[in-house]
Every structure is written in structure tokens, then in C-alpha cells.
Design a protein around this ligand. Structure first.
Ligand code: GLC
Length: 452
């Protein structure tokens, strides 16, 4: 299906129709591809955001997004509970690295479907709490909620067991793609210690998008090495925790996981899963006690840390602002981080760039090194709202609305010009629009959603 190009300012009605058409066009029967061609499978955190969009016009379809995702969850073995970052529901040769590259074929025991061996930020439980507040039909909810919550409990247990085996309170990621912010400048230093693969492979992304908007070849050589490393240790989580050349306490994953564990604990209360609720809240308490280790006095915001060397990764990225969303900002640091965000906002016409524009590593058109990602801005705005920083939240909201009206639903946006970049007709961007528009239509403020 060819969707109309968005080239002028569009009205709310036009955008709503286009956003729905985008999801329908990217629907592959129970799961949504991020965009045709460039990303032909189901992606983990995209699914959680995309479900919010479906929820505004087809509730069962929203729940189906999670059922499809959980079909890829690892069922047994040391990594039981992993929801991988890509679920290869069907084959497609337009993407590298596809199902033949990861060593994670369907075997009927650990996996029913081929997947990757890494994860992505686990925002699903928080999205489900929001769905319950969006006028969810009780009969549809009743049919769907429990199996999904049970799958997510297993998944959160996986995160804490496999990615914080020494109970530090701060989980680690073992691959830049796990953060969802693939080539963020925050990963430059830890990635420099990862060898470049020497094996031959062919990228497919450059056939879809100009190379100036995609990660570099050197980056790909290192991430392919990490993919192969996991297979070389037979996906043993303890060997990964001790030997992987890339281990990072990623502030994005830590914030999103913490918030989702609060959300999931609330869902468990509702369903009478008391052991799980107690476990999740205990882990949240451990994370809250450890978060001060990730404060950068130099940047005035939270940052990620190299878990191998213990060094803070001093790159100013928007991920640090997710700590409001993650319920992790310490009161003594709140005002300082707000001041930092205000300074960021004064530097670019559109918000919120993924990397601060005054930073030498800022590249306004290259993926996670500068462009705006709308779903991220939404999460950050929601966190600000929840914490009572409504003026800052409003500024992010206004900028987001302006970008939608100007450019439609792209993968990411240029923070200086507002132009849409990367893939077009993009699912999670369209879903983010539908979600915000729903709140607006129903006169709901993000703060009114009781989502924990
Ligand atoms: C890219 C993004 C990642 C996203 C995926 C599918 O790899 O970096 O965050 O999940 O595309 O949209």
C-alpha cells in the first residue's frame, strides 16, 4: 500500500487517518513491522509502543501485539524468560543480520520461533497499565491480561537474574542494540574495546536509507563481533556477564525497567500474583539505592556507565532524562537536571535531540547521535508530568506536535530543521501520535493516567 507523502502542515484529522493507515499497512497479521523493507520483523520495544496506537481504534489488535511478541520468548534453559529484540515470525532478505545469523533457530524446546540472542528496553508493562486507563473494554481485558502479565513477570525475572547476577541494583546490557539507541555516542568508548569482526557480511540497511543517516561500517564490524560472541559462549548468561567485551549499565534500560517493574507489580497486585509483586518491588528498591552511582556532576544529568571499567560514560544523551519516567531521580538532583534540560531546550528549535547539540559528537542527521525520536520524547514528557514539572513536559509536547504536523511519521527527525529522517511510514511514531491525540480528545492529561 502506498501511503501519501506528508509534505505540508497537516490537520489533526488528516494525521489521525494517516497514522491509522500506517499501522494497518505495517500489520503482518498480529504483529506490526516498524516499517516495510528496512525492518521486516517484529521488534521488542517497538511492539509495546505500537500497541498504544492500536488501542485507540482496535483493542484486541493491541493485545495481539503482545501475544505475538511472547511467542518469541525463550521457554527454557539458562536464559528462560528472555524476550529477544527481534522475533523473526517469517523470513525476509531485506535485513541484516537476519534469522540465519544469530544461531537462535526454532528448536521447539528453548524457542518456538527464530529470534536474536539479545534484548531491548522492557517498557511493555507500563504500556499495558496505560492501556487499562484508556477505556479498556473489561471483557477484552479479561481474556488477554493474565497470560501477558505472566510472560512479563518471567521476562523481568530474566532481566534481574541474567543481567544483574551479582545483585548490584543496576542491570547491564551486552550489546549496543539492546539499549535501542544503537549508535549513541555514549557507546563509543565501551565499543572501542570490542574487536572488529574479520568475517565477511553484507549490510542491507544502506539499500534503504542514505549512509549519512545510518551507523558507520566500523560500528557494524563491532556489533557483528558481539552477536557472534554470544553464540560462541552458547548464550551462557554467566559467561556473558563475566566475559562479554561489552557490558554497560545503560541508563535507558535501567530507567525503563525500573518503571515497568513498578507497573508490573501493580498488575500483579490486581491479579493476585503476590510473590512476583514482592520480588519486583524489592528489585526496584535496590535500583533506587544504586542510582546515585550514575549521576554525572560534570554534565548535570544521569548517564550510563562502562560496567567493565566502572567509568561513567560522559556523553550528554537524552537517555539520562528518562530517570524521571523511571521514578529514579533523587530529590537532591532534580533541580539540577531540570536546569540541564532547560539549557538543552534553548539550543535547538525542535526537541528533544538524542545528543546535546553543543557536544562534539553531535550529528543531527545520524540515527541516535543527534536526531529526535518521538516515542522517547513522549516517555520523557510523561516522566516530567508525573513529577510535577509540567512546564517542561508541555514544551516537549508542543515540539512533538509541531514535528508531526510538519513532517508526518518518520523514524526520526532533524532537530535543527524538523525534517523527517530514516524510514518513512513508521509504526511507533504513528502510534505515539495516536496515543497523544487520544489523550487530547479525551481531555486526559498524561498525569491523569494512573499507570504506576
Ligand atoms: C533501530 C532502532 C531500534 C528499533 C529498531 C526498529 O534498530 O535503533 O531502537 O527498535 O530500529 O524500529
Amino acid at each position: 500500500m502506498n501511503l501519501p507523502a506528508v509534505s505540508k502542515e497537516h490537520s489533526a484529522e488528516e494525521l489521525t487517518a494517516l497514522a491509522k493507515q500506517t499501522l494497518v499497512a505495517n500489520d503482518r497479521g498480529g504483529y506490526t513491522v516498524p516499517t516495510a523493507g528496512l525492518y521486516p520483523f517484529q521488534w521488542n520495544w517497538d511492539a509495546g509502543v505500537t500497541a498504544l496506537g492500536w488501542m485507540t481504534f482496535d483493542q484486541q489488535r493491541a493485545w495481539d501485539e503482545f501475544h505475538s511478541l511472547l511467542r518469541g520468548q525463550w521457554q527454557s534453559g539458562a536464559q528462560e524468560g528472555l524476550i529477544p529484540h527481534i522475533i523473526f515470525h517469517q523470513n525476509a532478505d531485506s535485513y541484516f543480520p537476519g534469522p540465519d545469523q544469530w544461531g537462535c533457530e526454532a528448536d521447539g524446546s528453548v524457542r518456538n520461533i527464530p529470534t536474536t540472542s539479545i534484548c531491548q528496553p522492557p517498557l511493555h508493562a507500563t504500556m499495558i497499565r496505560a492501556m487499562l486507563d484508556m477505556g479498556a473494554d473489561p471483557a477484552i481485558t479479561e481474556k488477554n491480561l493474565k497470560p501477558i502479565v505472566q510472560g512479563l513477570v518471567k521476562h523481568h525475572r530474566w532481566w534481574y537474574r541474567c543481567r544483574d547476577p551479582f545483585d548490584t541494583g543496576l542491570v547491564f546490557s551486552s550489546h549496543p542494540w539492546e539499549s535501542g539507541m544503537d549508535n549513541s555516542p555514549a557507546w563509543d568508548a565501551p565499543l572501542a574495546n570490542v574487536p572488529r569482526t574479520t568475517r565477511a557480511y553484507t549490510r542491507k540497511d544502506l539499500g534503504h536509507v542514505d549512509s549519512s543517516m545510518r551507523p558507520t561500517q566500523e560500528f557494524y564490524d563491532r556489533v557483528v563481533y558481539l552477536m557472534d560472541f554470544n553464540r560462541s559462549v552458547a548464550f551462557d548468561p554467566i559467561r556473558i556477564a563475566k566475559e562479554s567485551p561489552y557490558r554497560v549499565n545503560d541508563i535507558c534500560i535501567i530507567s525503563i525497567l525500573n518503571r515497568a517493574s513498578h507497573s508490573l507489580a501493580g498488575l500483579c497486585d490486581q491479579l493476585g500474583l503476590m510473590d512476583a509483586a514482592i520480588f519486583l518491588r524489592a528489585r526496584c528498591a535496590m535500583t533506587a539505592a544504586a542510582i546515585s552511582q550514575l549521576w554525572s556532576e560534570k554534565l548535570g544529568q544521569y548517564v550510563s556507565r562502562n560496567a567493565i571499567t566502572g567509568e561513567l560514560l560522559q556523553a550528554p544523551t537524552h537517555a539520562g532524562f528518562l530517570t524521571w519516567y523511571g521514578r529514579l531521580v533523587e530529590p537532591s538532583r532534580d533541580a539540577q537536571q531540570q536546569a540541564t534540560l532547560l539549557a538543552w531546550l534553548s539550543e535547538t528549535p525542535y526537541a528533544l535531540p538524542s545528543t546535546r547539540s553543543s557536544y562534539p559528537g553531535f550529528e543531527p542527521a545520524r540515527y541516535w547521535r543527534g536526531p529526535i525520536w518521538q516515542h522517547l520524547t513522549t516517555l520523557i514528557a510523561e516522566g516530567l508530568d508525573r513529577c510535577g514539572h509540567t512546564e517542561l513536559g508541555k514544551r516537549l509536547h508542543q515540539s512533538t506536535a509541531a514535528l508531526f504536523a510538519k513532517s508526518g511519521f518518520y523514524e526520526y527527525y532533524h532537530p535543527l530543521t524538523g525534517a523527517g529522517l530514516g524510514g518513512g511510514s513508521f509504526s511507533w511514531t504513528a502510534a505515539t501520535y495516536l496515543f497523544w491525540n487520544y489523550l487530547h480528545d479525551h481531555q486526559l492529561h498524561l498525569q491523569d493516567l494512573r499507570a504506576a
